[in-house]
Ligand binder design. Structure first.
Ligand code: EPZ
Length: 435
């Protein structure tokens, strides 16, 4: 079993370059199949979810690979609209292939995206909007079959600003006949990224980043290149590490304009932020202040993906904090693990009440999902003693190389991959700097 080992108690010191955005790259990879040609993505993160999406695109008949830091996709030989369960069930974002397959081929057979520990994650808003564009669905136990003639633009109102549903509707509308309006659209920066990529390939989209998005259907797209913005949640994770551990660090290529929702909370915690050419400099306090009340919310509110990293930092804060999770119904799975480190957390429905402890204590904990795993790294870095984090494969889904990054920020971290060469003797643990 692989695990991370972190020796806590040191303030941050150093600088790290922020990777490309996972939640921008994944829908952009779906979008690439709308064009029967070549797209090149710069600053694409080398993460496991991108690898899984590449496997799906190859399964559909596309070609894709890396040229240096750039990922290229050639969708000219796309010849299938059926997505297998083995890849699709590993991540949520495969559902956005629904919109692009319908846009390009008029058909799609796609497994339901797995529900996961953070919530049920239904797709009713996706299906409702696509039906209004003329798509008909047959829904089985495990598969959704969709077909349409030429998609027709229309006005669609979303009852909730679902990121994925907004992305799927944009993808279906790019090559549709006429105009599509999405009202009540998600405003997350990743929507802006997706639309900027599509416009670079010749799409006609306006209003991205606002609640009203207009897509004027075009006949076809053309080859294009796009540089993906840095990952705001990865950058925010490292800011929360500074809040938890103190010290000073520089985040190079931090997507500051995408992070406005989290800055007020960091200021309330006593974290100082300043801009230097090409870098966001963070200075953490010796002990961060508590946050009396914070609710997660759709953008531009405080991001739900920052909720667990915030909770980890507040475990050592001076005072009592209350975090209310309003987006996902089961996103407090990390509480048990933090309690085992000495955190004092009470959960009342969708609110966690954290009474800051002087110091957490290192021990063995288990990551159960992506952002909770990253949050355990923050808790471990701020704790006294050594913490072992198993389940770290979840973290690698979205963090390109958290071992490399945290080492650059002055944290003592090792990645352990047990070595067994076939005999049932004791396993040998070999420290392997994660590639
Ligand atoms: C995207 O998920 C992100 N994932 C999530 O990041 C992020 O937390 C979320 O947006 C919110 O910002 C990717 O971009 C790959 P939603 P998505 O549709 O699209 C309900 C991470 O850690 N809902 O905005 O699935 C849903 O149940 C991940 O990087 C419906 O009810 O988010 C949830 O309660 C985690 N019906 C809420 O809306 C629907 O049809 C938000 O979901 C769709 C969603």
């Amino acid at each position: 079993m692989e695990y991370l080992e972190i020796e806590g108690g040191r303030p941050l010191s150093g600088q790290v370059c922020i990777q490309g955005s996972k939640n921008a790259a994944l829908p952009i990879l779906s979008a690439a199949i709308l064009h029967g040609g070549r797209s090149v993505l710069h600053h694409c993160p080398r993460i496991r979810d991108v690898e899984e999406m590449q496997k799906i695109l190859r399964e559909l008949g596309c070609h894709t690979g890396w040229e240096g830091e750039a990922l290229w996709i050639d969708a000219s030989s796309l010849d299938s609209f059926v997505i297998s369960k083995k890849h699709a069930e590993k991540m949520r974002c495969s559902i956005t292939l629904l919109g692009s397959l319908l846009g390009r081929l008029g058909q799609a057979v796609i497994p339901y995206p797995g529900g996961c520990v953070i919530g049920e994650r239904p797709i009713d808003l996706h299906l409702q909007g696509l039906r209004e564009m003329g798509v008909s669905f047959t829904q089985g136990e495990e598969l959704v079959e969709a077909r349409c003639g030429k998609l027709t633009g229309t006005r669609i109102s979303l009852r909730f600003p679902s990121v994925g549903a907004t992305e799927n509707l944009i993808l279906a509308a790019v090559l549709a006949q006429g105009d599509t309006w999405i009202l009540g659209a998600a405003q997350e920066p990743e929507i802006l990224e997706l639309c900027s990529f599509l416009n670079a390939l010749g799409a006609k989209i306006s209003g991205a980043g606002t609640p009203s998005i207009r897509i004027t259907g075009v006949k076809e797209l053309h080859d294009g290149e796009y540089t993906i913005a840095s990952d705001r949640i990865v950058a925010g994770t490292y800011l929360m590490a500074a809040a938890a551990c103190g010290g000073e660090a520089a985040l190079l290529r931090a997507p500051v304009s995408h992070m406005q929702g989290m800055f007020p909370v960091l200021h309330r915690m006593g974290v100082e932020l300043s801009r230097e050419p090409g870098a966001l400099v963070v200075r953490g306090p010796k002990r961060c202040r508590s946050v009396t009340e914070i609710h997660t919310a759709p953008h531009p509110g405080f991001p739900t993906d920052m909720q667990s990293p915030l909770m980890a930092a507040l475990c050592g804060a001076d005072g009592v904090s209350r975090i209310t999770e309003t987006i996902f119904e089961a996103r407090f799975k990390i509480v048990e693990e933090l309690r085992s480190m000495g955190a004092q957390i009470q959960v009342e429905d969708h609110t966690a009440v954290i009474t800051g402890a002087r110091k957490l204590s290192g021990c063995c904990v288990k990551a159960r999902e992506l952002r909770g795993g990253a949050a355990l790294c923050i808790a471990a870095a701020s704790a006294q003693g050594v913490t072992r984090i198993s389940g770290c494969q979840y973290i690698f889904r979205g963090y390109e190389n958290i071992i490399r990054d945290l080492k650059k920020l002055g944290i003592v971290i090792k990645y352990h991959q047990p070595m067994t060469d076939g005999w049932d003797g004791p396993t040998r643990i070999r420290d392997r700097g994660y590639a």
